[in-house]
Each structure stands twice: as C-alpha cells, then as structure tokens.
Design a protein around this ligand. Structure first.
Ligand SMILES: C[S@@+](CC[C@H](N)C(=O)[O-])C[C@H]1O[C@@H](n2cnc3c(N)ncnc32)[C@H](O)[C@@H]1O
Length: 350
C-alpha cells in the first residue's frame, strides 16, 4: 500500500534536502505510524543509505524530526527512539561557517498515466533520479553544479506531457549536473526497450559540470544508466558566432539531428542571448524533420530587461516562431524551427 501522502512528502523533502523550516510534520498521524515510516523508509532506506543527504543536512533534519516525534509521543519518547538518537548524536565534521558541502539529492516522481505504451496499465510506482550536486549558487565559477528551479518546472511539464518526447532525438543545451536530462532518460527508458532508445545529448560548456553530469548519468540507481544512446558532450554556444567555430558546431549539431531541444535557466547575462539564439537556430535546422525541430525553454526571470531583450531578439529573428507564457517568476517558451515559422505565427495570432 502506498504511504500516507504526508509521510511521502516527508521522504521527498528529506531526499531533496528541503530545509526543515519549510516542512510540515504529520502530527495528525499516530506516533507509531510516523516513527516506523521515518525509521524504515527514511533513516534505514537502502537507497538513502547509499546516496545520503549531506551530514549537515541529516543533522538538521533529524533534530527537527525528533523534536516533533517527541511532542507526538509525549512522555514515552526517550525509550522508543534509539536508532534516531544514535544518528543525531554523531559529531558534525563540517565547519558551520563554511558553505554547505555537495551532497547526493534524490527526487521522487510518478509518471503521468499516458506515458506508457498504448494499452499499458498506468504505473503507480514512484520513479526517482539521484544526483551528486553542489548546495551553493555558484561554485568553482559556474552556476552549473546544482539544479535550478526552471529545470524542475520543465521536468514537470515533460512528465505530464511525455508524448512530446516519444521517439524523438533530444538535445539539452546548458544541462548543468543533468537533472532534466535524467528525467528525459528515465521517460525514454520506461517507454521503450532496453536497446534502441532515441538519442539523448546533454551538453554544457564547463568541464567540471560535464564531468559531474556524466557521473550522475552513470549512477546505477538512475534509469539513464541503462540508456543505450545517451551522451554527455561539450558544446559552447559562443562557437555559433565565431567564424572558426561555426563549421564545427554545425557539424556537431548536424550529426545529433535533434528533433527536440531543451534548455532550462540558460540565460543570465545579455551577452548570452546572441550566441544562444545562433546555436538554437543551427540546432533546430539540423533536425531530421524537414520542417525543423522544436525547442522547449524554461527561463527564470532574473531581470525584466534581460527577458525583454531575449523576446525582442526572438521577435526580430525570421528563424523562430514562439509561444510564451509565465508561471510565477518563470517564462516558458516553445520555439519552432524555420519552416514552421509562418504556420506557427499564424496559429499564435489567430
Ligand atoms: C543556471 S545553470 C542551469 C543549469 C541547468 N539547466 C538547470 O536548470 O539546473 C546555466 C548552465 O548554462 C551553462 N552555460 C553557460 N554558458 C554556456 C555556453 N556558452 N555554452 C554552453 N553552456 C553554457 C552553464 O555551464 C550552466 O550549466
């Protein structure tokens, strides 16, 4: 039987290192039910023992959890919590003033009912992706060593609309440590045989980021591990503007032939707009489809000026048609390649 949603939320929060300040304790449930769940499904869960949250996080989580468990139990607390008490009493080796250390992070999710093969019984099983990633915004001079919110939003969209991925070769630009790519790989693996998955390219410019991304795709707990056609590759958007870089980026993208291009939180400086759009233009033209490929982008609105400059550049370009909508402080864009421009523009205007 699936656990009570409030308990599952606790597991999701712990494995994704959500700060206890933002958690709600399931105080409405009986003590034993909560205690047994946190003991067997969180503290002693084999996956979380192998890919644990950082020690610093565990310490703050268990302190919070035990305080609430004790409140729930009343006077009997001390005798009933031996395991958890032992764990929390381990000394922290991390300097509290230093930035939080990198950690394993696990995200649980459930495929949408339509994502299986036709006629299949919808899965009620949770899927998960695990990454080793930074807990700071910028580390070693790059923003790519952790997952950004735009990736979560785009992943949610793809999970709910997984048919857009069906049998498509996929290219991700600026993939960071690979969260979105791991979700795509999982969907591709779940909806196909062990061999013959559509190609999936995760690309970035930073060597540390690419190494981390590759390592994450190779973790045996991730479905990406048994994806037969996944590659992590270096691709610098600035090559699309450099005279001597264009032939090589064109050759790379023509070889990939991406039918679907993804990008999450890939713009944070005005200087990135032109090279990014030049790359996207080549990528969409390189598609196997005669009409060109499609791109799904999720952009964090860091500044209205940056977003407006990007939309202005898109509007001024004859290479793209796009639809765009906003969710909180995120902008989601669907772009299509050159041949579809007039058709899409007509659709959007009507
Ligand atoms: C804010 S991070 C987003 C990472 C990931 N997409 C996410 O949403 O979690 C931006 C990513 O773009 C990559 N990037 C920046 N400039 C780039 C360039 N010129 N070519 C390719 N990737 C670039 C960075 O290395 C970084 O991984």
């Amino acid at each position: 039987m699936p656990p009570d949603p409030a308990l599952f939320n606790l597991l999701q929060a712990y494995s994704a290192l959500k700060h206890p300040r933002f958690l709600s304790f399931p105080s409405h449930l009986p003590f034993l039910q909560v205690h047994d769940f946190v003991l067997s499904c969180i503290l002693l869960d084999p996956h979380l023992l192998q890919y644990p949250p950082s020690h610093a996080y565990q310490l703050s989580f268990w302190k919070w959890a035990i305080e609430h468990l004790e409140k729930l139990l009343g006077d009997e607390a001390c005798t009933s919590l031996p395991f958890i008490s032992v764990t929390i009493s381990k000394p922290a080796t991390h300097d509290a003033a230093a930035p939080p250390p990198p950690s394993f992070v696990t995200h649980y999710w459930r495929p949408a009912p339509q994502s299986g093969p036709p006629g299949a019984i919808p899965s009620t099983e949770n899927h998960s992706v695990t990454l080793f990633e930074s807990r700071t915004t910028i580390e070693s001079g790059t923003t790519g060593l952790r997952t950004w919110r735009a990736s979560f939003v785009l992943a949610q969209f793809l999970i709910q609309n997984s048919t857009v991925l069906m049998n498509k070769s996929v290219l991700e630009l600026g993939s960071g440590t690979g969260f979105l790519g791991l979700i795509v790989a999982d969907i591709q693996v779940s909806s196909g045989g062990v061999t013959g998955h559509p190609v999936l390219y995760l690309t970035d410019v930073n060597e540390d980021v690419l190494r981390r991304c590759h390592e994450n795709t190779q973790l045996p707990c991730n479905a990406s591990h048994c994806h037969g056609n996944l590659s992590v590759k270096s691709l610098d958007w600035f090559d699309a503007l450099a005279q001597d870089g264009v032939p090589s980026i064109e050759a790379t993208l023509n070889n990939m032939k991406p039918e679907l291009v993804l990008g999450a939180d890939i713009l944070y400086h005005p200087d990135m707009i032109a090279p990014f759009l030049a790359t996207l233009n080549i990528a969409l033209r390189a598609s196997k489809f005669p009409a060109g490929g499609t791109a799904y982008l999720a952009l964090t609105v860091r500044s209205a000026d940056l977003l407006n400059s990007f939309l202005l550049a898109l509007r001024g370009s004859t290479s793209f048609a796009y639809a765009c909508w906003q969710i909180n402080r995120l902008t989601i864009l669907i772009l299509s390649g050159p041949q579809l421009v007039s058709r899409r523009t007509a659709t959007l205007q009507s």
